[in-house]
Write a protein that binds this ligand. Structure first.
Ligand SMILES: *[C@@H]1O[C@H](CO)[C@@H](O)[C@H](O)[C@H]1NC(C)=O
Ligand SMILES: *[C@@H]1O[C@H](CO)[C@@H](O)[C@H](O)[C@H]1NC(C)=O
Ligand SMILES: *[C@@H]1O[C@H](CO)[C@@H](O)[C@H](O)[C@H]1NC(C)=O
Ligand SMILES: *[C@@H]1O[C@H](CO)[C@@H](O)[C@H](O)[C@H]1NC(C)=O
Ligand SMILES: *[C@@H]1O[C@H](CO)[C@@H](O)[C@H](O)[C@H]1NC(C)=O
Ligand SMILES: *[C@@H]1O[C@H](CO)[C@@H](O)[C@H](O)[C@H]1NC(C)=O
Length: 357
């Protein structure tokens, strides 16, 4: 994947200038740098921020955590309007069936390839390389403290809780429900560095208008015990599977006894909200910290592609969906040539026919 790399000198110069401007003129910018994490990709909602008609290359709208909100507000990150700003038409997070896809985990769009031609990107999602992060005292106050710079809610890479993507087989974000949004991939020990590559199971094809996906994260303590739910438009590409995804069941805490884990398709973790939580935990985990319902074995999630989420073979029709071969950077957009439009125009009726409509 041709992610852009940088001229280190150019980046440092940019950053010094950036922080000087930030420090002098804007407290907001400083807060943004110190904010939380989102998964960045052109298929995301609120890529330009949440002001209609404005492209904010420094947006952090998608990174805000969700804590003690009503369901209408936490669901799909509605509280700041993120769900009202879909990606540009034709922009999807592509999920190659049985392959992988890459997003950028960052605290602000500025530090991804989606802004400034990628000139402010670095190893970590705050535009810096942090050579000692998780090993030295870099970004923290003492050895066992949580790293606060960048604000990735962990002491080190080993302790990073893991992040997920879930998929719902509808093109209409208002039709997504807890049980039709199923976790299909888990990336352990994230968020950590900026580049994050998730594995995809044998997913069946999406409807012609694509699917709705969501990124999720619950940190293992280290700060406010909040959750993350960030919407995307996505579509499965390549040779797609022939088994539909089962409805999801809420995961349960099973660190102490793996035979209590929920097997098969699981919902995202919804917790510490005012209403509609699907998970409740109390007491301490085996290491003596307050239980946090993280996307890992403590909640019954295995690493990588979730291969146990499917109904029986034959419940979906296997097909081939050509990838758009789009680079991660929005700076280089795929061009819709006449032949691509023709292929698309032919594909929609074919897709409808195969779906039996
Ligand atoms: C949640 O909803 C209730 C009932 O509608 C309302 O009274 C309350 O202010 C809301 N809380 C938040 C944080 O939005
Ligand atoms: C973001 O802003 C740019 C520049 O105005 C525009 O080309 C693009 O379509 C916008 N994207 C979305 C999803 O609104
Ligand atoms: C992702 O898939 C590509 C293409 O199949 C492969 O070359 C690469 O090793 C995979 N990366 C990961 C991290 O699995
Ligand atoms: C990004 O790169 C393109 C092509 O090299 C250039 O035209 C454009 O000015 C650059 N934009 C920024 C913000 O540096
Ligand atoms: C990571 O942090 C945890 C908690 O502070 C600590 O117990 C563990 O030894 C650390 N691991 C590494 C590899 O530094
Ligand atoms: C583990 O959980 C299973 C299923 O709930 C239960 O039958 C079993 O007794 C538990 N084992 C222990 C050691 O608690």
């Amino acid at each position: 994947m041709p992610l852009q790399t940088n001229d280190a000198l150019g980046r440092c110069k940019d950053l010094v200038l950036y922080f000087l401007i930030a420090a002098v003129f804007s407290e907001k910018l400083v807060l943004e740098v110190n904010a939380h994490v989102a998964a960045w990709h052109k298929g995301m909602y609120c890529i330009n921020g949440t002001t209609a008609g404005v492209e904010d290359e420094d947006t952090n709208s998608a990174v805000q955590p969700l804590f003690q909100l009503n369901k209408t507000d936490w669901w799909m990150h509605h509280f700041n309007g993120c769900d009202q700003f879909p990606p540009a038409s034709g922009d999807f997070l592509e999920l190659p069936s049985n392959g992988n896809f890459t997003v950028e985990l960052a605290v602000n769009r500025a530090f991804t390839t989606l802004s400034y031609n990628g000139t402010r990107t670095a190893l970590y999602g705050d535009g810096q390389d942090h050579p000692g992060l998780g090993v030295t005292l870099e970004g923290k106050t003492d050895a066992n403290a949580c790293i606060t710079n960048p604000n990735i809610h962990t002491q080190n890479e080993t302790m990073a809780a893991g992040t997920i993507f879930a998929i719902s087989y509808t093109s209409d974000i208002t039709q997504v429900t807890e049980d039709n949004l199923v976790v299909f991939t888990v990336l352990p020990n994230t968020p950590w560095q900026r580049i994050a590559t998730y594995k995809v199971p044998n997913l069946p094809a999406c409807p012609a208008g694509g699917c709705i996906c969501a990124w999720g994260w619950v940190a293992d303590n280290c700060g406010e015990p909040n959750m993350y739910m960030q919407p995307f438009r996505c579509k499965v590409t390549g040779k797609t599977g022939n088994a539909a995804v089962s409805p999801g069941t809420p995961p349960v805490w099973c660190e102490d006894n793996q035979s209590k884990c929920v097997a098969g398709a699981k919902q995202m973790v919804f917790w510490n909200q005012l209403e509609a939580n699907n998970v409740a935990v109390s007491g301490n985990d085996l290491s003596g910290d307050a239980k946090s319902p993280t996307y890992n074995s403590k909640m019954g999630f295995t690493s990588g592609a979730q291969t146990d989420i499917f109904q029986t073979a034959g419940t979906a029709t296997s097909t081939y969906i050509p990838p758009a071969s789009a680079p991660t950077s929005s700076a280089i957009r795929p061009c819709m040539t006449a032949s691509l439009w023709t292929a698309w125009a032919l594909f929609i009726p074919l897709g409808l026919f195969m779906a039996g409509l």
